[in-house]
Design a protein around this ligand. Structure first.
Ligand SMILES: NC(=O)c1ccc[n+]([C@@H]2O[C@H](COP(=O)([O-])OP(=O)(O)OC[C@H]3O[C@@H](n4cnc5c(N)ncnc54)[C@H](OP(=O)(O)O)[C@@H]3O)[C@@H](O)[C@H]2O)c1
Length: 332
């Protein structure tokens, strides 16, 4: 495992981070708690010491699971969590309709006022059973609160020692620049995978030129890039994936055809498709740590091997060439 410094901080993160969204169950059709705890423990034991979670993941559940596992070994792990996405307020901006674990309707809101950020931090610290967060990130931009108000609150948390560094998620370059006026923003956590590469146009060059780190999320495009999602794949009730364009035709077939094309490269390098996909993502510029979700120890054990793989530049370029000619229909 390689450990990279988050730019401008002494914080070292593993080059693959454990993504703790699915283990919270919300939007993933539930999760098995025993598997989830074992996945987290395996991850830390094998050197994937950085964990990305959020209050919204299972409405507190994911953070609680992380808290259970890191108690007593806090100095060995790096905790990245978030604020500003709510399931229990009418304030801020309505984002989308969802449901809780019992199947009851829930409205998700974006809200990051000063008061809310300060309270959310206390709630996360309690659930995580710790007294500091390594990287504290706004989950989604909140158009109802001035960025100055949110980021001044985050700067205060930093002064108080409750967080070590500030990051953002899903921010455009312009929003990032504005936030950076009020607190040093060290990372932008954004969606990035072989089949979702729009950040290469603007966010990647900006971060490269300005010493910011990128934390790419959903590198397996939530599972499809492992090659396991076929036409008749059954998802649990409440799993959001089949409603996304990647999992619908014609994209499902096109993605699976692309995976078949790159399978020989995976085979020659003794890698599974998941490992090759994660490796390709990690090797793109400014990717400080690639966030990969896992539900059980088996997935962790497979994915972590990408960190120590070696694939030639020629093979990586060949994959990128194949991707450049892959056309997906995002209107489905
Ligand atoms: N800031 C944000 O707005 C935001 C948004 C999304 C994600 N994130 C972060 O990024 C992390 C990673 O993204 P993600 O979880 O959305 O997607 P991902 O990493 O692309 O995919 C993870 C899912 O793929 C499946 N999987 C993983 N490894 C596998 C393997 N070796 N073989 C077969 N299936 C495997 C698992 O689901 P199944 O077993 O159910 O198929 C797993 O939950 C999240 O956990 C979260 O921490 C942040």
């Amino acid at each position: 495992m390689i450990y990279n410094k988050i730019p401008g901080t002494p914080i070292k993160v593993s080059s693959i981070t454990f993504g703790a969204w699915a283990i919270g169950g919300w939007m993933w059709g539930g999760a098995d708690e025993k598997d989830a705890l074992a996945a987290l423990e395996t991850s830390i034991d094998l050197g994937m010491t950085t964990i990305d979670t959020a209050p919204a993941y299972g409405f507190g559940k994911s953070e609680e699971l992380v808290g259970k596992v890191i108690e007593g070994i806090r100095d060995k792990v790096q905790i990245l969590t978030k604020y500003g996405l709510h399931w229990n307020t009418d304030k801020g901006v309505f984002y989308f309709k969802s449901e809780d674990a019992a199947g009851d309707p829930v409205d998700i809101h974006k809200y990051a006022s000063c008061e809310s950020v300060m309270k959310e931090c206390e709630d996360s610290l309690r659930r995580l059973r710790t007294d500091y967060i390594d990287l504290y990130q706004i989950h989604w931009p909140d158009p109802s609160t001035p960025i100055s108000e949110t980021m001044e609150a985050v700067a205060r948390l930093k002064e108080q020692g409750k967080i070590r560094a500030a990051g953002v998620c899903n921010y455009t370059v312009d929003l990032l620049k504005e936030a950076n006026e009020f607190v040093d923003i060290v990372t932008n956590q954004v969606p990035y995978s072989m089949v979702k590469r729009d950040i290469e146009k603007d966010i990647v060059p900006y971060c490269q030129e300005n010493g910011k780190g990128i934390l790419p999320y959903s590198p397996l495009q939530r599972g499809i890039l492992t090659g396991k999602i076929t036409k008749n794949y059954t998802f649990n009730h409440g799993d959001h994936r089949p409603t996304t364009p990647y999992y619908k035709e014609p994209n499902l077939t096109r993605i699976n055809n692309f995976l078949e094309d790159i399978k020989p490269i995976a085979d020659e390098n003794n890698l599974s498709l998941a490992q090759l996909v994660i490796y390709w993502t990690m090797k793109q510029p400014t990717m400080i740590s690639t966030l990969v979700g896992a539900r059980n120890p088996e997935q962790v054990k497979e994915n972590i091997k990408a960190a120590d793989a070696e694939v030639s530049d020629a093979d990586l370029k060949e994959i990128t060439r194949e991707l450049d000619s892959l056309e997906l229909d995002m209107t489905v």
